[in-house]
Design a protein around this ligand. Structure first.
Ligand code: URA
Length: 440
């Protein structure tokens, strides 16, 4: 099949056959498609879209470009969660042990943070000694023994995605929904899952800020999951302010451990609520509970009884981390870090927060990556005190910034302050955490 014919068909709005999609992906991986031809097809997809059948074919072809992990020797059902990312989005750390404690194995392949969004692997590495580079045998052993294991993407998983993502990045085609769907699903499905729950975020700190586009993405992900034979659901959730109070790697781990210890307060209520709901849906979709209501009860019991914390402790131990963090999360606090108050200039109500700006400010003081090769300082971060709708007085801290001496603390604090819009009247709309469930 000549690339030109496939490009022309898509350019003219036609539906590519499974063979044509496979020929494209195969050609990208073996180099028989030139980069300019692959880029032309990506642009044609960006402009004319793809049907569900094409998205499924693209996902399967990208999945098939690499290794598909086989955990069929582990008899438990297998499920995972994927979030499109945000600021303070730390639920994976609670969800994996919580779902494992309910009898569902979670082979979680996670990513690193870039730009304003954090990454699960960076958060885990805030625990001294924790290793995310596991070989497959070790990953399998921990998954079998603990019920969940965490590692990063390997070069063997969906190699077509790496190549295609680089071309998308260079051709301004990253934002195409079919291309995002195939990219996410080909990597997630490589872990051999029976169930997948997607947390699609919308709002100022989300990858898809616009709610309509986020919803379209959620629908396309769910439809593609179903057509690949995986029980899939998506929650459309709020990312118009940081999730929970903690932003930054050690801070976020501490917040999660406190949730699992039952020590967290109002500041972490949204993290707890979202973690419970996503977990319950993973448990229900895996067929371990008779209904969603039953799954919610099971998940709440596993959290309240300390069963999730025990799984977390065993995982930390197995992956080389210091399990004492479970008893005393405070040991992750680096006392050499400076605390800077980010104060409100005016009295009034928090009308809106530019969550991405908060994330970028934290990344700028070393808590995230501005460039892929940046090293992360786990100890720096931000603890948000004021939430949308909250009344604040002039001089009251909106939050506390933790950074190194000389790390442009004043500029970072000013950037975070400017991310808050404080108005005179209470906003008549406070964002809802879970906006919609998409099951079809
Ligand atoms: N995340 C992915 O893994 N791929 C995309 O294309 C976008 C977000």
């Amino acid at each position: 099949m000549r690339p030109q014919e496939i490009i022309r068909k898509k350019r003219d709005g036609g539906e590519l056959s499974r063979e044509e999609v496979a020929s494209f992906v195969g050609g990208v991986v073996d180099g028989s498609w030139a980069d300019y031809q692959a880029s032309a097809l990506l642009m044609a997809v960006y402009l004319t879209g793809m049907t569900t059948v094409e998205m499924e074919a693209l996902t399967q072809a990208m999945l098939g470009s690499g290794e598909v992990l086989d955990f069929s020797d582990i008899e438990l059902p297998k499920a995972d969660k994927h979030s499109t990312g945000g600021v303070g989005d730390k639920t994976s750390l609670v969800i994996a042990p919580l779902v494992a404690a309910c009898g569902v194995a979670v082979p979680m392949i996670s990513g690193r943070g870039l730009g304003h969004t954090g990454g699960t692997l960076d958060k885990l590495e805030a625990i001294p000694g924790y290793r995310v580079h596991l070989d497959l045998d070790e990953f399998r052993k921990i998954l079998r023994g603990v019920g969940y294991a965490m590692m990063g993407q390997t070069a063997e998983i969906a190699p077509a995605d790496k190549k295609l993502y680089a071309l998308r990045d260079a051709t301004e085609t990253v934002e195409s929904i079919p291309l995002i769907v195939a990219s996410i699903m080909s990597k997630k499905l490589a872990a051999g899952l029976g169930a997948l729950v997607l947390d699609v975020k919308t709002g100022s700190g989300a990858f898809m800020r616009d709610e309509g586009r986020a919803k379209a993405l959620a629908r396309a992900l769910v439809r593609t999951g179903h057509s690949c034979g995986v029980h899939t659901e998506a929650l459309l959730t709020d990312m118009s302010q940081p999730l929970g109070a903690a932003v930054g790697n050690a801070n976020e781990v501490q917040e999660c451990i406190r949730i699992m210890r039952g020590d967290s307060g109002e500041e972490a209520r949204d993290v707890r609520e979202l973690s419970v709901e996503l977990s319950a849906r993973m448990v229900a979709l895996s067929g371990v509970a008779a209904s969603l209501e039953e799954a919610r009860k099971q998940v709440n019991r596993a959290l309240d009884s300390g069963a999730a914390l025990e799984r977390f402790r065993r995982n930390v131990e197995e992956q080389g981390g210091n399990p004492r963090v479970c008893d005393d999360p405070q040991i992750l606090t680096d006392l050499t870090v400076e605390e800077v108050r980010v104060e409100s200039v005016h009295a009034g109500y928090v009308e809106a927060i530019d969550a991405a700006e908060v994330g970028r400010a934290v990344a700028g003081v070393g808590g995230g990556r501005v460039r892929v090769e940046d090293r992360i300082d786990p100890a720096v971060g931000y603890i948000a005190h004021a939430r949308t709708g909250q009344q604040v007085s002039a001089g009251e801290p909106l939050g506390l910034l933790y950074c190194r001496k000389g790390a442009q603390a004043a500029a970072a604090a000013a950037r975070i302050r400017a991310a808050y819009t404080v108005g005179e009247a209470a906003p008549n709309h406070v964002p809802q955490l879970i906006k919609e469930v998409i099951a079809q």
